[in-house]
Design a protein around this ligand. Structure first.
Ligand SMILES: C[S@@+](CC[C@H](N)C(=O)[O-])C[C@H]1O[C@@H](n2cnc3c(N)ncnc32)[C@H](O)[C@@H]1O
Length: 363
């Protein structure tokens, strides 16, 4: 298999293409990326026949910033008969490894949205047909690859597979979150999504729990603070702007009208530092590194705004600056993703696995 399909945010194809070309090349699987503006996906053509499968297994998906999903292209069919799409797909799927789940998906574009009803309806008969042919397990399992059908038009589809140990667990690579009616801003979903993507669910009990103290830089009106408060944390919110009164009424928030770049806590008892200030990435990175190196916080989640042209280069450069600064102390793990709720920005997460392992669940 020579082609890898990457889903991305529409408008970020150049970034996703530059990243996969870069990362796959460094990994020893050279090739070239094909991308169409605003299509919501990128195809990476490997020069060697088996490299797409190798990349899908070994190139760590969680380390790709602009990829929402990564899968191996098994076949592309662009003239499916509308009265029977299943038969040619079954024929094309012959010889594929047994899969444990099926996802019928589209690019995250307006055209894609028009196909989503069809995709939902198509999933059930297609699943049955694949099971009938022995291409899909009888019961859904995470121990087998995921079979993807990526519909670009109602007669044009890519059939592929991803490895469940190295993919996004979400349909279309997008976690479905409901906007909490009482959250003060839609930004709230960014932090919630970041928790879903970066923090394993089984660790929420120790890392996202009541009793922890958090600081939110650039907090107003409080969408991120809301996520921390609703998990029982005590939050110090730094912003010149006003915080939502309903959040202040919880008694869990202290609000200081200070400069988020210079304010520091008096005591070293902050667990979470979160930051959504709109500033140059270099300035945000320098502040975050300072907090972490001085142990003013244990774990950090922050956004880097990327409105400039060379967004991939800017992201890589700033993440490297961060890693270099943290290397003085060692033991830090840095992850970065453009989340579904991120627009011209990425979300970065920094933690120390050694310290996280020592956290005890609350009695
Ligand atoms: C994108 S908004 C934050 C939204 C917030 N995360 C939410 O969910 O409601 C950015 C905030 O950063 C604040 N900000 C920008 N520069 C700041 C600074 N130097 N110090 C403190 N706050 C700052 C702005 O006042 C603004 O409220």
């Amino acid at each position: 298999m020579k082609q890898l399909l990457i889903y991305c945010r529409p408008g970020f194809e150049k970034e996703a293409a530059a990243e996969i070309q870069d990362r796959a090349g460094q990994f020893g699987c050279p090739g070239f990326a094909r991308a169409k503006d605003d299509s919501g996906f990128v195809i990476y053509e490997c020069f060697q026949p088996d490299d797409a499968d190798l990349l899908a297994r070994k190139l760590l998906f969680r380390e790709l910033i602009f990829a929402r999903q990564m899968l191996v292209v098994w076949a592309e069919l662009d003239d499916l008969p509308l009265d029977d799409r299943i038969s040619p797909l079954l024929e094309a799927a012959e010889g594929m490894e047994l899969c444990g789940d099926i996802r019928v998906e589209t690019p995250d574009t307006n055209d894609g949205k028009e196909l989503s009803r069809f995709c939902r309806k198509f999933t059930v008969p297609m699943r049955q047909a694949l099971r009938g042919k022995g291409l899909l397990t009888r019961h859904e399992t995470r121990h087998r690859p995921v079979l993807h059908l990526f519909f670009m038009a109602n007669n044009h589809v890519i059939l592929g597979y991803s490895y469940s140990f190295n993919n996004s667990p979400f349909h279309m690579g997008i976690p479905r979150l409901r906007f909490p009616a009482d959250a003060p801003s839609r930004s709230s979903l960014k932090l919630e999504e970041a928790f879903h993507v970066f923090i394993p669910r089984e660790e929420w009990e120790t890392r996202l729990t009541s009793g922890l103290k958090a600081v939110d830089l650039g907090a107003a009106p409080g969408g991120w603070t809301y996520q921390l408060v609703s998990r029982g944390m005590m939050v110090t919110a730094i912003d010149n702007g006003p915080m939502s009164p309903s959040l202040m009424d919880t008694g869990q928030v202290k609000h200081y009208r200070e400069d988020g770049f210079t304010w520091r806590p008096a005591r070293k008892n902050t667990y979470w530092l979160v930051c959504d200030m709109v500033e140059k990435p270099a300035r945000v990175v320098a502040t975050m590194a300072d907090w972490l190196v001085n142990e003013d916080c244990q774990e950090a989640m922050f956004n880097l705004k990327l409105p400039m042209k060379k967004r991939y280069g800017e992201a890589v450069y700033n993440l490297q600056q961060l890693k270099d600064k943290l290397a003085e102390l060692g033991g830090f793990h840095v992850q970065a993703k453009q989340l579904y709720h991120d627009r011209e920005e990425i979300t970065v997460h920094v933690y120390q696995p050694r310290k996280v392992a020592k956290l005890q669940p609350k009695e």
